[in-house]
Design a protein around this ligand. Structure first.
Ligand code: G6P
Length: 612
């Protein structure tokens, strides 16, 4: 949520900032802005996407070897040119960009107003830069000291970068609860919200920790401290990401690329963790904690959005295969409802980005209460990955489309492995079933490939339903969370109202909505409840609803009663979500394209939600 990029070095900062903003745009796209230092401090900002900013700056002076850029997802203040970042201090000497929320901004604003400060925007960010300047002037401090001091007065979350017109060889960055990464190049430095804009320049990075302040100067190098000015030793990491992972690679959208990458990303997630020939499954990160998890009171899985849907599948998997009680929580609810939690509990947090504020806070709360916290995360080195006691990466590579696809199947693959490993170790799984699960999981990438070959058929189906205003998704058992995910995908990117429901629960409400205009997507592959789901389809048909059924290749009955069918290969029930979700991803994608929606950057959303 909000993207930050800053540069100091011999090159022209503008090009680096604009390219960086394009890479970070998935984090927010309400407005974009840059500040450049070239004697003067020039700030240019514009409502809308980065391209608007590029058009606006075409005839402007964009020289300078030091600069910073911001792409915004609005919190305080509507998305317009004035509220866009960067923001100037009162005198115009300082400029700031910020990701996060300064919660006590109203109190600080009042104090500063009494001291004569006037503000041009409605943002919390502008208050912070005024505070920094007030302290800098009043106490005659260096920029670094003024930033440190100001941050001790701030409540809330921040990743900030500050520039000073009077100091053309310095950028100051700081973070708390919002990510910030330092890139170290050849006689040049970068600061960014994540590594994606840095990777084409250098693979050496430092992940800032909470309440750290970094000063980057070509003359003096890197100085890292806490906000209370204790010197810190920087730890330099090497990035493993490659540039082509950040490109569309010939696909029309990142989302489509990511859907089609799934045979590969699921294989990557299983690499070194599953061997069907030798018949074993293992998860390195789990080894040291497996006994504790097996003997835990219960497991709580906390997550948001699509990750919450994979958490639900995780509940089904772990209870079914490992016989350990599991509860699933929205991270935002869990953290504020005073949950009963102790050292006998295990908390699993699932997050693609590893930065979602509510999930991060849930993990922090769980640690405070003494529970073991296990992370299932995609982004290597992210805040959640660094906070947890242990965990497993899903190894899907960068996911850029705002609507999550390959991260979902990566999370479900990881949870399947986890449930199998725990179940086998606990003795809850028979040897035969364990080996059957291994053999079936190994075949999933090939079967996903088969589902993807139905893309043309799904595109044709999308043409029939692109004009609909509502849709209902129904599923039972393992396919119920898939129904929720299918509905979320449709509403996120095509703005069609869609609901996911357990198929049998339909009778208790949604059935009232069904008429001849209502498409009902039924995920109908469950062998354990086949007749029941066939009856649910009959109930929809009796009310003239249009049924699109996801069936497996053994199906005899449902294909006779549904209006349209999409066939997926058969697998064992616990692994079905890995296949049944794919047609739903494609259906939403094609409907959104047909409705001319911005698939990769849907309105009002952001990929990485770093505010509460
Ligand atoms: C946002 C994204 C979703 C994502 C959710 C949780 O809402 O748009 O795609 O599922 O955040 O994100 P996380 O990174 O924690 O999985």
């Amino acid at each position: 949520m909000c993207g930050i990029i800053a540069y100091i070095g011999p090159k022209n900062a503008y090009d680096i900032l604009i390219e960086g903003l394009r890479r970070l745009e998935y984090r927010g796209y309400d407005s974009a802005g840059i500040a450049l230092l070239n004697g003067d401090m020039n700030v240019y900002k514009k409502k809308g996407k980065v391209q608007e900013l590029v058009d606006y700056t075409r005839d402007k002076n964009v020289n300078g070897h030091l600069g910073m850029g911001h792409t915004r997802w609005a919190t305080h203040g509507r998305p317009d040119d004035v509220n866009a970042h960067p923001h100037y201090s009162g005198s115009g000497r300082l400029a700031i960009i910020h990701n996060g929320i300064i919660e006590n901004y109203a109190t600080l604003k009042e104090v500063l107003s009494r001291l004569g400060h006037t503000f041009t925007s409605e943002t919390d960010t502008e208050v912070l830069v005024h505070l920094i300047e007030e302290i800098q002037n009043r106490e005659n401090l260096s920029l670094g000291d003024a930033v440190r001091k100001a941050l001790t007065k701030v409540i809330g979350a921040y990743a900030i970068v500050v520039m000073d017109r009077e100091n053309p060889d310095l950028i100051v960055g700081a973070r708390k609860s919002s990510p910030l990464v330092v890139g170290i190049g050849e006689k040049e430095f970068f600061l960014a919200s994540d590594a994606s804009p840095i990777i084409e320049h250098t693979n050496k990075v430092i992940y800032l920790e909470d309440e750290q302040v970094v000063e980057l100067s070509l003359k003096d190098g890197i100085e890292l401290t806490t906000i209370s000015n204790e010197i810190q030793k920087p730890v330099i990491h090497e990035l493993e990401m490659s540039l082509d992972q950040l490109e569309k690679g010939g696909f029309a959208h990142f989302m489509l690329k990511e859907i089609f990458q799934q045979p590969q990303t699921i294989s990557d997630c299983m690499r070194g963790r599953l061997n069907a020939v030798e018949g074993w499954a293992r998860l390195g990160g789990l080894e040291e904690h497996a006994n504790k998890i097996i003997n835990a009171n219960r497991i709580i899985i906390a997550a948001c959005g699509t990750s919450w849907h994979s958490a639900l599948i995780g509940e089904y998997l772990i209870e079914d295969l490992a016989r350990i009680p599991v509860e699933v929580e929205y991270a935002s609810e869990f953290r504020y409802r005073n949950p009963i939690l102790g050292p006998q509990d295990i908390v699993i947090v699932i997050s693609q980005s590893g930065e979602t504020a509510d999930t991060l806070a849930a993990a922090e709360l769980a640690r405070e209460k003494g529970a073991l916290v296990y992370g299932i995360v995609n982004v290597v080195g992210s805040s959640i990955a660094r906070l947890t006691d242990g965990g497993s990466y899903i190894h899907c590579g960068p996911e850029i489309g705002v609507a999550s696809t390959k991260a979902f199947t990566g999370q479900v693959t990881l949870l399947s492995l986890m449930a199998m490993v725990l179940g086998y170790r606990k003795g809850a799984l028979s040897n035969t079933y364990y080996h059957q699960l291994i053999a079936e999981l190994a075949q999933i990438p090939g079967k996903v490939e088969q589902v993807l070959s139905a893309d043309g058929q799904i595109r044709e189906l999308a043409q029939k339903f692109a004009g609909t205003n509502n849709a209902l998704y129904l599923g039972r058992g393992y396919n119920f969370p898939v129904a929720l995910e299918g509905a979320l995908k449709l509403k996120e990117i095509s703005y069609i109202h869609a609901e996911g429901y357990p198929a049998a629960e339909m009778k208790h409400g949604p059935i009232a909505l069904i008429d001849e205009n209502m498409p009902v997507i039924v995920i109908a592959t469950n062998r354990s409840a086949y007749e029941k789901i066939a009856s649910n389809i009959m109930e929809v048909k009796a009310r003239k609803g249009i049924v699109i059924a996801i069936i497996d290749d053994r199906d005899q009955e449902i294909r006779k009663i549904a209006d349209y069918c999409i066939e997926i290969p058969t697998t064992i029930e616990p692994l079905t979500p890995l296949l049944s979700v794919i047609p739903l991803q494609l259906l939403s994608y094609h409907i959104a394209v047909l409705r001319s929606c911005d698939v990769d950057q849907p309105r009002n959303l952001a990929k990485s939600v770093t505010v509460e």
